[in-house]
Design a protein around this ligand. Structure first.
Ligand code: PLP
Length: 398
């Protein structure tokens, strides 16, 4: 086995330099703890960017994957396979949607969502200048389509005009959406809780208002629940908290708990006028290994009442974080929903993250001044205590 230093040197020599990685080589995990190659233990409040909801070293999950590996990993979408059909049913029933397309990532779920909306509009009147309204400070992925609806010009600028016909409104500002609506508007895309943009939940007034605008104008509401879905907010999907439903839904991250899988879903009303054979495809998407993971994730979510657990324990996390926000001058605000929480700082989080790492706590950022807390959904009170004690210890020095 290579030492941490050897791994880092090798990676630095050969990886394309698109990430400023932290000098940590993670080797294995158990529950909500990760261990580096030298055995140092970290409490994981990052969950591989809101992915690993069910914790590490989960025997049931591992065994479900191993059983599928021994049986069949891949078939292509030219044939049916049982895990995919089962996962399709479960996901439609859980989301209240009617039809699903499995992808390999969140970004691809967004690409499919955009194409579905454009095709729906095109079916009504063949035209290719339909507009999509997206939100400022949103994040939807790095491919050209997903990047084009990402409201961060810093990410977009080097890559040209993108797919075009995208207009940006201000998140949680209904007037700014209304001002952009015209005959060409075919869809509004947003995260129910903005993730990378700094953990900003939609206000009820805004989300319901956008839903009404969409209903009145036959505009499709695309919700990106790639990060905030799958129980993270204390609801299986965050839109449930607002009593609305999207027309098109993108999910990924915790959907496969580490096995790369995403999905976009739509109502039958949209599907009837949207993608048909020949319009879209993927070689790997929804393969038996990925969808076996989805099935096991939902089985465990039900068996262990993961969503109920988040719902019950989130107020405790919020209370602890509110106290930090109140007591420590560096923290200006706590915000979030469920186990998707942020501490907004008055200065850059850059030095703070390594200090937390030294104390054995993995936390990520969401923008320069925001500490993002997205732990595995199975954390218990004692882990919240440990994390908030470490946060207090470090943040009180600033
Ligand atoms: C992570 C993320 C994406 C992109 O998903 P990938 O799996 O990284 O392609 C899109 N939207 C949101 C809200 C995300 O958090």
């Amino acid at each position: 086995m290579k030492s941490s230093k050897e791994c880092m040197d090798l990676g630095d020599k050969y990886f394309l330099h698109t990430y400023n990685r932290f000098p940590i080589v993670l080797d294995h995990g158990e529950g909500v703890y990760l261990y580096d190659a030298e055995g140092k233990r970290y409490l994981d409040f990052a969950a591989g960017i809101a992915v690993f909801a069910l914790g590490y070293g989960n025997r049931d999950f591992d065994n479900a994957l191993k059983a599928q590996i021994d049986k069949l990993i891949h078939t292509s979408n030219l044939y049916y396979n049982a895990p995919a059909a089962q996962a399709a049913e479960v996901l439609c029933k859980k989301t209240g949607m009617d039809r699903v397309f499995f992808t390999n990532s969140g970004t691809e779920a967004i690409e499919g969502s955009i194409k579905s909306a454009l095709k729906y509009a095109y079916s009504k009147k063949a035209a290719s200048d339909y507009e999509i309204i997206a939100m400022e400070s949103s994040f939807h992925g790095r491919s050209m389509g997903a990047l084009s609806v990402t409201g961060n010009s810093h990410y977009r600028e080097p890559f040209g005009p993108g797919i075009g016909h995208i207009r940006f409104a201000k998140f949680n500002d209904l007037m700014s959406v209304k001002e952009l609506i015209n005959d060409k508007t075919c869809a509004i895309i947003m995260e129910t809780v903005q993730g990378e943009g700094g953990i900003h939940p939609a206000s009820e007034e805004f989300l319901k208002g956008v839903r009404s605008i969409c209903d009145e104008n036959d505009i499709l509401l695309i919700l990106d629940e790639i990060q905030c879905g799958m129980g993270r907010t204390g609801h299986l999907f965050a839109y449930e908290a607002f009593g609305i439903r999207p027309d098109i839904l993108a999910v990924a991250k915790a959907l496969g708990c580490g096995v790369p899988v995403g999905a976009f879903l739509m109502t039958e009303r949209v599907a009837e006028k949207s993608l048909v054979p020949g319009d879209h495809g993927t070689t790997y998407g929804g393969n038996p290994l990925a969808t076996a993971a989805v099935n096991e994730v939902f089985r465990e979510f039900d068996e262990r009442d993961i969503v109920g657990h988040v719902w019950q324990l989130a107020p405790y996390l919020e209370e602890k974080l509110d106290k930090i926000a109140q007591d420590l001058p560096i923290v200006s605000e706590r915000r979030g929903m469920g186990f998707m929480q942020a501490l907004e700082l008055k200065s850059d989080a850059k030095d703070i993250i390594p200090a937390l790492h030294r104390e054995g706590l993995l936390v990520i950022t969401a923008g320069a001044r925001v500490l993002r807390l997205v732990p595995p959904l199975i954390i218990e009170k004692e882990h919240i205590d440990e994390a908030t004690e470490t946060l207090t210890k470090i943040l009180q020095n600033y």
